[in-house]
Ligand binder design. Structure first.
Ligand SMILES: Cc1ncc(COP(=O)(O)O)c(C=O)c1O
Length: 376
């Protein structure tokens, strides 16, 4: 946030920044989705709806997930929310009590930590190895379990490193969580942006439904970040509690957005593969450019749209001791916006978001290389 605020100031002064900070697709929302929202307005579909979303939007959520991933949720096991983040926030509020522990693999998206702590929970960080592509295994999670463990959060593909929990590891984790009676929160924000193979979801393990909470988002899949469209799929009990909590905060998510979401989920899905293909090209282009910077190493992200290069070769040079200091200096001296690893629980990385043009990637990494190689 600090870097973003500084970047906004520089931009206002007319400085030409290359922005690798934003966590959103650079595409426009597809036409048919926008049309559905415009029609909803013109048809005066502008009143309150039932709190968890109209049956049609829940049906669309359930059907899309069943078709793509083999899950079998019913209408009363789905809730439409004002963005995936609210589904996550509410799920943690209803499941986590003061003193409960939640296992969170590192590196993590910062909101997980803050939301757990806001609910009074204790974050139990699960360290992973960069050399193993930040792999998360059932065995490692099991070692972190205590009598106070209430939930485990998995975000695959992940923000910030783009790492993917393999299908085998996921099945073992689901089995272990089910055996231990621990909730598994599956943040599927980037589920369609899985480049390791055909996208898959833990929601297909229907025998573990009591302990799985799928947290979904239309933001990245359909380039709809500003619309605030997300959902949760879980047992009836969990969804009833999510609905009860939502009834005292946002009530229903925007009626118009519900109609747009139906168009997105029920409509043609070619936009999803078009976006996915372009992200793969941009990832490869970004990795190739980063390879040209001496000293920088980077795991190959298997999904999402971030790279997470290790900058330890440059820490200690030019008076820069931390990733935050590096991001600040890059911003002011190279005019490149990055997010420092400390925000995600690691000290030697920067997160670069690559939904920009190849030209921007070329220029941004050139500026970084010029700055870094001059450090003494
Ligand atoms: C890992 C992860 N989960 C969830 C979200 C929430 O997305 P939204 O609230 O836009 O649906 C984001 C957004 O950046 C994210 O990176």
């Amino acid at each position: 946030m600090a870097v973003a605020a500084e970047a906004a100031k520089l931009r206002a002064q007319g400085v030409n920044l290359v922005d690798f900070g934003a966590g959103e697709p650079h595409f426009n929302t597809p036409r048919h989705i926008k049309d559905a929202a415009i029609d909803a307005i013109n048809d005066n579909f502008t009143r309150y709806t039932v709190v968890p979303g109209i049956p049609d939007v829940r049906q669309a959520i359930v059907d899309r997930h069943a078709t793509d991933f083999g899950s079998d949720y019913g209408l009363d096991e789905a809730i439409f929310t004002t963005g995936g983040k609210l589904a996550l926030f509410n799920a943690i509020q209803i499941l986590v009590d003061h003193g409960d522990e939640v296992i969170l693999p590192v590196p993590y998206w910062v909101s997980f930590k803050d939301i757990i702590q806001y609910a009074g929970g204790t974050v139990v960080y699960l360290e992973t190895s960069e050399a193993e592509g930040f792999r998360i295994t059932a065995e490692a999670i099991e070692k972190a379990i205590t009598p106070k463990t209430k939930a485990i959060i998995l975000n695959s593909p992940s923000n910030p490193a783009g790492s993917v929990v393999s299908a085998q590891d996921l099945e073992q984790i689901v089995r272990m969580a089910e055996d231990r009676g621990i909730y598994l929160l599956l943040d599927e924000c980037y589920v369609y942006l899985n480049y390791a193979g055909k996208p898959f979801s833990g929601g297909k393990f229907t025998w573990a439904k009591e302990h799985i909470v799928v947290l979904g988002s239309l933001s990245k899949t359909y380039a709809m970040t500003g619309w605030r469209a997300g959902f949760a799929l879980a047992s009836k009990k969990v969804v009833a509690n999510l609905s009860k909590l939502q009834s005292q905060s946002t009530s229903n998510a925007t009626s118009i957005v519900q109609k747009a979401a139906i168009a997105a989920l029920d409509g043609p899905q070619d936009c999803v593969s078009v976006f996915r293909a372009e992200f793969i090209e941009l990832r490869d282009y970004m990795l190739a450019r980063l390879k040209e910077v001496p000293g920088i190493t980077c795991t190959k992200p298997q999904g999402a749209f971030y790279v997470y290069p290790n900058i330890s070769a440059y820490l200690g040079k030019g008076g820069i001791k931390t990733a935050t200091e590096m991001a600040t200096r890059l911003l002011h001296e190279a005019h490149v916006v990055t997010v420092p690893g400390e925000a995600f629980g690691t000290r030697e990385h920067l997160r670069l978001s690559y939904p920009v043009t190849e030209l921007n990637i070329l220029e941004g990494v050139r500026r970084m290389r010029e700055f870094l190689t001059k450090l003494e």
